[in-house]
Design a protein around this ligand. Structure first.
Ligand SMILES: [Ca+2]
Ligand SMILES: [Ca+2]
Ligand SMILES: [Ca+2]
Length: 422
C-alpha cells in the first residue's frame, strides 16, 4: 500500500516539473513549488529500489495554522500557495449532521462564541447546528485582518484543493460525530470535486481513533488511510494496523530511528506532526520519515528550497524558551519565558512584537524595548519587574506547553520574524 503514496509523490513532482496543473497559482508560487520539488527530489528523502531519491511529502497542518486561522479557507489558501503536497483539515458533524471543519471539542479557543452564545463556550462544538456554527467568527482570534472567516463546510476544502495540493482529512473525535465515516466516504464518492481529488490520489483520511479507522477501511477501502498515534507502537501492533491502514502519523518529538524502521518493516508509510521550525523539519527528514506535517508550509517550502524561511525577518531570533521552570510556571520574576536575541550588528526595536505559541496563545513585548547588537530579552508569561532585558506579561496561566511547544515571532506589521520549537 505504501507504493500508492510514493507513486502519488512521484506524480506530483513530475507534474510540477513540467509546469502542468498549476493554472491558478501565481508565477512566484509556481517557481517555489518547482524549485522545492526539484530540490527535495534531488537533495533530501530516501532512495528507492530504483536508486531514485524521493522527497518527503509536505502537509500544511489545519491548512497553514501558523500563518492563518486554523481550519479556515484562508489557511487552506496558504496551504495551497505553499505548493505543499497536501493541506490537512479536521472534520466533525454538527448537531444536524452537516460535516464542518474544526479542531477542538469546544468553540472556546478559536471563535467569538463568548459574544454570540455566551453560555455555550464550553459546550461540545458538535452540539451546535450548522446554522449556529455559521454565526461564529473563526478568524478574529488570530488577527483582525481575518475577521469574518467562517467555520467551513467539508466541501469548502475540496474547492481550494488542487491535484497539486490535495487534502488530508482527519476524522476528529469521531465518538462525538456518530456516522461520520459513512458520510465522509459518501462525500468522497459522490461530490465531483472530491472525486477528482481521489482519482488524482490526492486524498488521505486519518484518525487517532483505531475503531473509526477500521470502520472507514471497511466502508471505503479505496481511500488511503492513516493511523495517528502520539507514539509509535511495537511491531505486533504495527502489523495489525497494516491490515487496514496505509500509513502512520506520529509526533516527531518522540519518534526514534527504531520506530521508523519498525513502521517501514510493517509496510506502512511513516509521517510526523507538527514540525514547525526548520530545525524540527530537518530533524524529521534526518530520521527518514516519508511525510512532514507542519503549521508553516510556506516557510518549510522555502527552507527546503534553500531560501530564507523568514525573508521579512529583521534580525531578532527566538534563541530559546524555558517552558517548565522549577516550581510554578507563572511564579513572579522567574517563571516560564522566551529568550529573544538580536543577531545583527545594529540596534533593533522590538516594541509591540508578539510571540504566538502552537495553540495561539500570545505573549507581547511592551513599548520602549530596543535591543543592542547581540543582546537578549527575556519575555515572561507571568508577573515580575520589567527591566532592560526582561519583559513580563503578567499572566496567571502557563502558555508554554511543558511537553514542547513552538513559538512564532511576529512584528507589529504582521511580518513573521522567526519560528522556534522545543
Ligand atoms: Ca488534525
Ligand atoms: Ca514548573
Ligand atoms: Ca509551561
Amino acid at each position: 500500500m505504501a507504493s500508492r503514496l510514493i507513486r502519488t509523490l512521484t506524480c506530483s513532482v513530475a507534474a510540477v516539473a513540467v509546469g502542468a496543473t498549476l493554472g491558478a497559482i501565481p508565477a512566484s508560487a509556481q517557481n517555489t513549488a518547482l524549485n522545492t520539488a526539484q530540490n527535495t527530489a534531488q537533495n533530501t528523502g530516501q532512495t528507492n529500489k530504483a536508486g531514485q531519491q524521493e522527497a518527503p511529502l509536505l502537509i500544511g497542518h489545519r491548512g497553514a495554522a501558523g500563518t492563518a486561522p486554523e481550519n479556515t479557507v484562508a489557511a487552506f489558501k496558504d496551504g495551497r500557495a505553499s505548493g505543499a503536497d497536501f493541506f490537512e483539515i479536521d472534520v466533525q458533524l454538527s448537531a444536524d449532521g452537516v460535516p464542518f471543519l474544526f479542531h477542538d471539542d469546544t468553540p472556546a479557543r478559536t471563535t467569538n462564541v463568548e459574544d454570540v452564545f455566551p453560555e455555550r463556550a464550553s459546550d461540545p462544538i458538535t452540539s451546535f447546528t450548522w446554522a449556529e456554527l455559521q454565526q461564529l467568527d473563526a478568524g478574529s482570534y488570530f488577527g483582525a485582518e481575518f475577521a469574518g472567516e467562517r467555520i467551513p463546510h467539508l466541501d469548502d476544502a475540496a474547492k481550494v484543493a488542487t491535484v497539486n495540493t490535495g487534502v488530508y482529512i482527519e476524522i476528529k473525535s469521531p465518538k462525538n460525530s456518530p456516522g461520520i465515516e459513512q458520510l465522509v466516504a459518501d462525500e468522497l464518492r459522490t461530490d465531483a470535486k472530491w472525486k477528482k481529488l481521489v482519482a488524482a490520489e490526492k486524498i488521505q483520511v486519518l484518525s487517532f481513533d483505531e475503531s473509526s479507522n477500521r470502520t472507514f477501511a471497511q466502508i471505503a477501502p479505496e481511500i488511503v488511510l492513516q493511523q495517528l498515534a502520539s507514539t509509535v507502537p511495537g511491531p505486533a501492533v504495527l502489523e495489525s494496523w497494516a491490515s487496514f491502514a496505509d500509513s502512520v502519523g506520529t509526533n516527531y518529538r518522540t519518534l526514534t530511528a527504531q520506530n521508523v524502521a519498525d513502521t517501514k518493516a510493517a509496510g506502512l508509510v511513516i509521517g510526523v506532526y507538527t514540525a514547525n521550525s526548520p530545525e524540527a523539519v530537518q530533524h524529521s527528514i534526518d530520521l527518514g520519515v516519508d511525510a512532514v506535517t507542519g503549521d508553516f508550509p510556506i516557510q518549510t517550502v522555502r527552507y527546503l528550497d534553500g531560501q530564507k524561511p523568514f525573508p521579512a525577518g529583521a534580525g531578532v531570533e527566538i534563541a530559546g524558551a524555558v517552558n517548565d521552570p522549577a516550581g510554578n510556571d507563572v511564579q513572579p520574576e522567574t517563571g516560564e519565558h522566551v529568550v529573544l536575541r538580536n543577531v545583527t550588528g545594529h540596534a533593533l526595536d522590538v516594541s509591540g512584537y508578539i510571540i504566538r505559541d502552537a495553540a495561539n496563545n500570545v505573549l507581547e513585548i511592551g513599548t520602549g524595548y530596543v535591543l543592542a547588537p547581540g543582546t537578549e530579552l527575556r519575555v515572561y508569561t507571568g508577573p515580575g519587574t520589567n527591566s532592560d532585558d526582561a519583559y513580563y506579561n503578567g499572566g496567571t496561566a502557563s502558555v508554554l506547553n511543558n511537553g514542547g511547544d513552538s513559538l512564532a515571532l511576529w512584528s507589529p506589521q504582521g511580518q513573521l520574524q522567526d519560528v522556534f520549537a522545543n
